[in-house]
Design a protein around this ligand. Structure first.
Ligand SMILES: *C1O[C@H](CO)[C@@H](O)[C@H](O)[C@H]1NC(C)=O
Ligand SMILES: *[C@@H]1O[C@H](CO)[C@@H](O)[C@H](O)[C@H]1NC(C)=O
Ligand SMILES: *[C@@H]1O[C@H](CO)[C@@H](O)[C@H](O)[C@H]1NC(C)=O
Ligand SMILES: *[C@@H]1O[C@H](CO)[C@@H](O)[C@H](O)[C@H]1NC(C)=O
Ligand SMILES: *[C@@H]1O[C@H](CO)[C@@H](O)[C@H](O)[C@H]1NC(C)=O
Ligand SMILES: *[C@@H]1O[C@H](CO)[C@@H](O)[C@H](O)[C@H]1NC(C)=O
Ligand SMILES: *[C@@H]1O[C@H](CO)[C@@H](O)[C@H](O)[C@H]1NC(C)=O
Ligand SMILES: *[C@@H]1O[C@H](CO)[C@@H](O)[C@H](O)[C@H]1NC(C)=O
Ligand SMILES: *[C@@H]1O[C@H](CO)[C@@H](O)[C@H](O)[C@H]1NC(C)=O
Ligand SMILES: CC(=O)N[C@H]1CO[C@H](CO)[C@@H](O)[C@@H]1O
Length: 402
């Protein structure tokens, strides 16, 4: 057995509050009393008889903010849907957020907050990592609501629909050969890692291909919003919906839909790529996930939260994703992919998507605050499904993968 050398240090941050009136005001009655966060690094050297264990305590005893709900937005219009409507008037600067979005926004009593990650997977992962590790916050009991717009499949969604995924799948994790160079019998140019034909389960996994969230909490968020009246969009949106086949969800009015989301930095469009990525979602989830929306961040956000949850910094069972559909991912019959994608004003439904994220999300935010002591402080919506990643990082047995 190895002898351990133990070194420790305390990172104390409580002095910060004294210098800043905003933080001092917050700390007067909302000081976190949760346990401290201790990080341990073990330096292991095969040639040496001893390991060195270094411990740093990050004083969460000094954390200033312990919000009950935090919205996660990706860019300004999504942020406005919450910051303006809920008057989140305090801007709290937090180190290592996006240079473009340096603030967490808070309501007057510091119970409701929002953060904006910046767009794309890299911004999402970096911001959520910085937020989770910030000694300013105790996020152990915080509910997170990812609130952003997305492209939607006309089969299951329409402009203005609000979708609630259980699964998030990162569809960019594949080999790609340009479709002009593929064999005649391939449907598209994507092939899973360490395989040589389409639709075989990937033989190499990076761990971020698929995440599963708390279905019980997701269902609560949908149930409390079940009677809201969603914004139908512009007259142009209403007319464009009717270019789709009347048997498709695209044709009708927007609804709340429980269905799964795909993450890719590439903002893709068209029937062939929709087919490729739907197949990937189906394959990698062992047919458990149903693709319906496409966006550029969620799996990055979930990976950062997963790592934070592994170390007790956040609770992975307290995350809900809402994606409001702002446009379709493929054209109706009779319109080319490029005319569909590049003709401005043809189908843009962003404004109804922003409005509906707030309309559908508000009952859940209200439910969390109103029932904090009885239902949410200790999470009564404990998951019945597996939650976490491919590697079972948070324990449990996943229902997908080899
Ligand atoms: C991406 O996130 C979704 C949840 O929105 C999850 O179902 C999926 O498994 C995630 N995929 C990866 C690769 O992380
Ligand atoms: C956190 O650590 C500090 C410094 O060691 C200590 O004073 C405080 O009591 C600890 N708080 C908790 C909740 O353990
Ligand atoms: C607060 O942040 C918003 C952007 O999220 C910005 O528009 C506003 O000017 C900021 N206000 C102050 C006082 O910094
Ligand atoms: C904090 O403010 C929100 C509105 O922003 C309100 O709904 C809630 O009741 C307040 N909480 C407390 C404990 O005062
Ligand atoms: C395409 O055809 C080749 C032989 O020409 C065959 O080996 C391969 O399995 C086929 N691929 C698919 C996806 O059908
Ligand atoms: C929705 O409306 C129905 C019928 O009025 C009512 O019974 C139900 O309680 C409402 N649900 C919510 C979550 O408000
Ligand atoms: C909402 O949109 C749907 C589908 O485009 C249409 O059938 C319906 O008449 C619209 N409702 C209103 C109130 O405009
Ligand atoms: C609409 O969809 C139905 C069911 O898939 C199909 O039978 C029908 O041919 C489609 N109509 C058009 C005009 O594409
Ligand atoms: C998922 O499907 C693969 C085949 O694609 C199979 O080998 C694997 O056992 C399945 N995993 C689960 C958990 O059912
Ligand atoms: C000073 C201050 O804003 N205190 C708030 C701390 O949070 C509670 C809710 O948990 C509010 O009621 C206080 O107003």
């Amino acid at each position: 057995m190895k002898f351990n050398t133990v070194l420790s240090a305390l990172w104390a941050i409580s002095a910060l509050g004294a210098a800043n009136p905003l933080l001092r005001r917050a700390s007067s009655s909302n000081v976190s009393t949760s346990s401290n966060y201790t990080q341990t690094a073990t330096i292991t050297d095969a040639a040496s008889a001893t390991d060195t264990v270094l411990t740093v305590t990050q004083g969460r005893f000094g954390a200033l903010f312990k919000p009950k709900v935090m919205m996660i937005n990706m860019f300004t219009p999504e942020e406005n849907a919450w910051v303006k409507n809920l008057d989140l008037k305090h801007n709290i600067s937090v180190p290592m957020l996006s240079p473009e979005y340096p603030f967490v926004h808070s309501n007057a009593n510091y119970t409701i907050m929002s953060v904006t990650t910046g767009e794309g997977e890299i911004n999402a992962a970096s911001t959520i990592t910085a937020l989770s590790l910030s000694p300013l916050f105790d996020l152990t009991d915080t509910y997170f609501i990812v609130s952003g717009i997305a492209g939607g499949t006309p089969d299951l969604t329409t402009i203005g629909s609000v979708t609630y995924p259980k699964y998030g799948v990162q569809v960019g994790m594949q080999y790609e050969i340009d479709s002009r160079e593929i064999p005649a019998n391939w449907s598209y140019g994507y092939v899973n890692f360490h395989t040589s034909k389409t639709n075989v389960y990937p033989a190499t996994i990076y761990g971020t291909e698929i995440f599963e969230l708390n279905e019980v909490l997701r269902d609560r968020a949908m149930q409390v919003a079940s009677n809201v009246t969603l914004n139908n969009g512009t007259s142009g949106n209403v007319a464009f919906r009717q270019r789709y086949n009347s048997s498709m969800a695209a044709y009708g009015a927007p609804k709340l839909v429980a269905c799964d989301t795909a993450t890719s930095d590439v903002y893709w469009s068209g029937a062939l790529l929709e087919k490729a990525f739907t197949d990937f979602v189906t394959t990698v989830s062992n047919s458990s996930a149903t693709y319906c929306s496409t966006q550029q961040e969620d799996n990055a956000t979930l990976e950062a939260f997963l790592r934070a949850a592994k170390h007790g910094l956040v609770d992975y069972s307290r995350i809900v994703i809402m994606r409001g559909i702002s446009d379709f991912d493929r054209a109706p019959a009779g319109l080319s992919a490029t005319d569909f994608f590049f003709t401005k004003g043809l189908q843009g439904g962003s404004s109804s998507a922003y409005a509906n994220l707030y309309t559908a999300g508000l009952p859940f935010v209200t439910d969390i605050l109103a029932n904090w002591e009885t239902l949410y402080k200790v999470n009564q919506f404990t998951p019945k499904n597996y939650i976490g990643d491919y590697f079972e990082t948070l324990g449990g047995t996943r229902n997908f993968g080899l």
